[in-house]
Design a protein around this ligand. Structure first.
Ligand code: HEM
Length: 204
């Protein structure tokens, strides 16, 4: 798709890259929000375990991005934003077995990952930490919190908002060609598609 074609789409009118990514994935986000909440993940710890599994599979799929030196040069505190280990600790807190997955992660090996698409994936996983504030409150009803069972939903020490704005300021400032811009959006769309796929399998 060319930029001229993209200009026909509402998201292209948005001022910043982050806003364009948000506009492009608004419907996908609404759908996943509804899908997850419909699965009642905070009804009990067993249901929460399914949600934790969704988070695990998704974060495992993109984990290699947090070790990518090219991305590390573009984005602040990339390694510190990784939440897979916290998800693993949440499983341990709850005495739940880690899922055994034979398939390789969806993204693997930095040479195979297109850098612009990777930015779209990272936008999605970082953004999901904003909504996590609401999920953390719900998790509290099950006796879970940022030091037990719901560690991966915690905000950053400097505050969720600031942590997000530091990320988006850097993301918005990266020079991308028109083609890369489109691929960043494609990456964010692919990330949401993947979350939908996992939710479909787990919450069937
Ligand atoms: C794994 C599933 C999810 C993913 C990948 C995801 C992704 C995202 C992304 C990318 C953003 C940032 C949007 C932006 O401002 O550019 C966001 C924000 C948000 N999400 Fe989610 N989300 C998920 C699940 C949920 C669920 C289940 C809820 C329901 C409570 C939710 C509620 C929110 C809210 C309220 C915000 C906006 C927070 C704010 O602007 O302060 N999200 N999410």
């Amino acid at each position: 798709m060319t930029l001229a074609e993209l200009a026909e789409r509402p998201q292209e009118k948005e001022a910043s890259r982050t806003r364009r990514l948000k506009a492009a994935t608004r419907v996908a986000h609404e759908r996943i929000d509804q899908r997850i909440m419909a699965a009642d993940p905070f009804a009990d710890r067993e249901r929460y375990g399914l949600f934790l599994m969704l988070q695990y599979v998704f974060h495992r799929d993109l984990d290699c991005l947090f070790f990518d030196e090219r991305l590390d040069m573009m984005l602040p505190d990339l390694a510190g934003r990784r939440r897979l280990l916290l998800i693993e600790r949440d499983f341990a807190d709850l005495g739940l077995a880690m899922p055994r997955i034979d398939a390789p992660p969806m993204l693997s090996g930095d040479s195979a990952v297109d850098i612009a698409e990777a930015l779209g994936w990272l936008y999605v996983v970082e953004g999901s930490n904003l909504g996590a504030a609401f999920l953390l409150k719900d998790a509290g009803r099950l006796g879970l919190g940022e030091t037990f069972g719901a560690r991966h939903l915690a905000g950053a020490p400097e505050g969720r908002g600031l942590h997000w704005r530091t990320f988006t300021a850097a993301l918005d400032a990266i020079p991308l060609t028109e083609d890369q811009e489109c691929r960043a959006i494609a990456g964010a769309e692919a990330a949401f598609r993947r979350v939908h796929q996992i939710a479909g399998e787990l919450f069937a």
